[in-house]
Design a protein around this ligand. Structure first.
Ligand SMILES: Nc1nc2c(ncn2[C@@H]2O[C@H](COP(=O)(O)OP(=O)(O)OP(=O)(O)O)[C@@H](O)[C@H]2O)c(=O)[nH]1
Ligand SMILES: [Mg+2]
Length: 419
């Protein structure tokens, strides 16, 4: 070897190094491939699988990100929203039935007190107790714990008998017109904003009539919600005739091919006859512009009002024929038991529930899910729908002001949702 020329020696060494590097490289590659394969087998990283097609970015997300929260959380939100009522009703019940309690008069008395103080209402409590007593006698119950199940079933039965769905725009000729009524501060405007966002997310062109021309800043509040929801807002001056705003909005909705027109109204005491007459006028005028409208008269009831909500419902129904109830603020109250009284005493379906101030905090009222959230608090997903951008509006018509938020993709302005 000592006789070899230096050039050959260097070439030989370089060749040897190259071979060693090549062999090492192959070994490392084989090892990393097998590691990746192990991960794939285990359901881990997916480097070896074909790349999933990239999700297309939504063209114009008209609803703030919060509205598109993953559905996995949705039932959890309901459970959380109902926690105060749950603490009042169910935790109270559990304390009552804990241990091998005997079914006796003292127990019936405590149960009655618990239901009445949970705002279920006297009539409904009486009915629930009758059913439970009959079941206890039939089954010759000795142990009280079974009563919890009997009560749960009976509550579900009452709620199911009055449940209903908010109207579907595809079922109406021309726009679906929803008139929203209720006492001051019940949550009308907030519910309108949330509802508009839902209809927009389902691909509908939505208009909101800023029909509260009475309360200062009410029009601005509707505009904020319109922007958040991606709906157009039809407005007129403050102090103008609310029936005229409703007239303009439904006219515009017909002319512009809207799928949904939602009319806000000023809050009013159900006992004030002149204000209820004003509401009748709004209802009449809407019907003159579009035959059969309003298709939905949504009464917004604040669940923190407890039993007074039932009196409100009776008066509003007498005035404008309420077709559905939205029960708001269930998240902030221990008085959610009122929904059982409403379902039992009124002939009006509860269609929506409000469980927070956020745009996503409006739910279809689903008795099964409600009872589960209240009694069991189990986890499941109730998500529905997806976001889609609403169609843009381009022009102002007939001299009324049309605020077009349909193309607005910005983040919601702070303060939205405050009344
Ligand atoms: N926690 C909670 N707050 C709600 C809910 N719905 C509405 N609110 C709040 O209730 C307050 C009143 O809501 P609005 O929508 O302004 O009520 P309104 O019926 O339009 O009021 P007026 O137009 O003055 O009659 C606001 O602070 C809302 O954020 C709900 O489901 N949960
Ligand atoms: Mg309002």
């Amino acid at each position: 070897m000592g006789n070899l020329p230096p050039a050959v020696l260097i070439g030989g060494i370089a060749g040897l190094v190259a071979v060693v590097v090549l062999v090492l490289g192959l070994m490392v590659r084989a090892r990393s491939r097998s590691q990746a394969w192990e991960q794939v087998k285990d359901g881990g990283a997916s480097e070896l699988l074909p790349a999933a097609p990239k999700a297309r970015a939504p063209a114009a997300p008209a609803v703030p990100a919060a509205a598109a929260a993953p559905p996995a959380n949705v039932f959890g939100r309901l459970v959380q929203g109902l926690s105060r009522t749950r603490n009042q009703v169910v935790v109270g019940l559990d304390a009552l039935f804990r241990g091998k309690k005997k079914v006796d008069e003292a127990l019936w008395g405590s149960l009655e007190e618990l239901l009445v103080t949970s705002d279920v209402g006297i009539n409904t409590t009486t009915r629930l107790l009758e059913t439970m007593r009959a079941a206890a006698a039939r089954e010759e119950l000795e142990d009280a714990s079974r009563l919890r199940l009997i009560l749960r079933d009976e509550v579900l039965r009452i709620l199911t008998s009055r449940a209903g769905k908010i109207a579907d725009p595809s079922a109406t000729d021309g726009p679906l017109v929803v008139m929203v009524v209720g006492v001051n501060g019940a949550g009308k405007t907030t519910t309108i904003g949330k509802l508009a966002a839902r209809y927009v997310a389902a691909g509908n062109k939505v208009m909101i009539a800023a029909g509260d021309t009475f309360r200062a800043a009410a029009i601005e509040q509707v505009m904020v919600w319109g922007r958040r929801a991606g709906a157009e807002v039809i407005r007129n001056d403050a102090d103008s005739d609310p029936a005229a705003v409703a007239h303009d909005a439904v006219t515009a909705g017909l002319a512009r091919g809207a799928d949904v027109v939602i009319c806000d109204t000023a809050g009013r005491l159900h006992t004030k006859s002149d204000l209820m007459e004003e509401l009748r006028k709004v209802h009449r005028v809407i019907g003159k512009v579009q035959s059969g409208a309003p298709h939905e008269v949504l009464l917004v009831l604040d669940s923190t009002n407890g039993q007074n909500a039932i009196a409100q419902a009776r008066q509003f129904t007498a005035a404008v024929g309420v077709t559905g109830i939205a029960l708001t603020k269930l998240d902030g109250t221990a008085r959610g038991g009122v929904i059982i009284g409403i379902a039992h005493e009124l002939d009006i379906p509860v269609k929506l529930i409000g469980i927070g101030e956020g745009i996503e905090d409006l739910r279809d009222f689903e008795p099964e899910a409600f009872v589960r959230a209240l009694f069991d608090g189990e986890s499941e997903s109730l998500g529905r729908g997806s976001n889609s951008a609403s169609e843009a509006a381009k022009d102002v018509e007939r001299g009324i002001v049309v605020e077009d938020f349909a193309q607005d993709t910005g983040t919601p302005p702070s303060g939205a949702g405050t009344g």
